[in-house]
Design a protein around this ligand. Sequence first.
Ligand code: GLY
Ligand code: MN
Ligand code: MN
Length: 438
Amino acid sequence: MAVDPAPYAKRRAHLISLMRRGIAVIPTAPEVMRNGGTRYPYRFDSHFHYLTGFGEPEAVLVLVAGDATQSILFCREKNVGREVWDGFRHGPDAAREIFGFDAAFPVAQLDEKLVELMGNQPVLFCPVGRDAAWDARLLGLRNCVREKVRSGISAPDEIRDVRTVLDEMRLIKGGGELAIMRRAATISAGAHIRAMRAARPGRMEYEIEAELLHEFYRCGAQSPAYPCIVAGGGNGCVLHYAGNNAALEDGDLLLVDAGCEVEGYAADITRTFPVNGRFGAAQKDVYEMVLAAQNAAIAAARPGMRWNDPHDAALRVIARGLIDLGLCGGSTDSVLESESYKRYYMHRTGHWLGMDVHDVGACKMEGEWRILQPGMTFTVEPGCYIRAADDVPQALWNIGVRIEDDVAITAEGCEVLTEAAPKTVAAIEELMRWPPES
Ligand code: GLY
Ligand code: MN
Ligand code: MN
């Protein structure tokens, strides 16, 4: 696919302007062995890709800020022999041309060139602490620069975490990023629809996972953004359920948390629906409570509100709902105060979403929840998880419900990127009617 280098060049220029003076060294992710002779599917480092658009492993971006700015890529050389086994490599010359760097060199020359480039730079920006081997390598190179003191060359005095700046840049999504996130969201919504259509008593959780993956890949997504959770009945009460190997039972709910990754951006959707296509009475009560909580949270997702306002809005609805279901005693305020709701709702209502599923960016600034502003993207995902227990009415046992959508703050409110995935009781039951009525 042809790369438009312009947005990446703009981000590099922005980072250079925020650095003011110094040198930044930002490596991509390493390849990781799975077991003998097999690697995990390669996934680049998000920060590196945000600044380069370059998807190959063994690559490093170096930026120089100050009077003479530079943007330099280090990458693998062309190697026809290796390309027969592993596929195409750009090589430095083509990479410089296509991706718009000032210069590009073979990655084997990195150490030697860095010792030159670090000379007389006051600050070294790097992902401090992300990878101990990289930290040690950079400190070693800095020592090599220090040894040049008699030639009048100084080494960076200060080392700063470049991620502090990059996290904030990535938090606000631009138009191009939102367009990609819409695609990831729409493909993922289609996969949930496919999962609803495929669910039946007697099918296995992994058969539903296969439907999700089929739809992701069929539509051009590069991978799932995280391992699919396909959790029937009581498995829906396990927040990070990973088994996906149980049979779907008539009368149970099925919780599916699945989203794909497109061009490095994630979608993250959860839908909960009845295996047999019809919600039971108790299931419907819990589901409607969670849906009302989600609607309240989405209503609070607008510019000027604080990060925590959607969570607070959802919590209030859930606290009231748990009292109505007979699962918590006292008043809404006392349930919130005592946090007795946490037995049934123990996670937060959302997280930033972007290149990472749990994306970067601070939620508090100087001790205060940050104010929502256009371009911020996050999930809204309240839930309720009721395990079998002596003090819980049996009709509610093993009901696990989560409803998760992805939203982007706009000038007026928010856009629900994942709205194509049905979520009202009526819409789900209509979709799951089988065979479809004409
Ligand atoms: N699927 C991961 C999450 O919902 O946070
Ligand atoms: Mn999520
Ligand atoms: Mn999720």
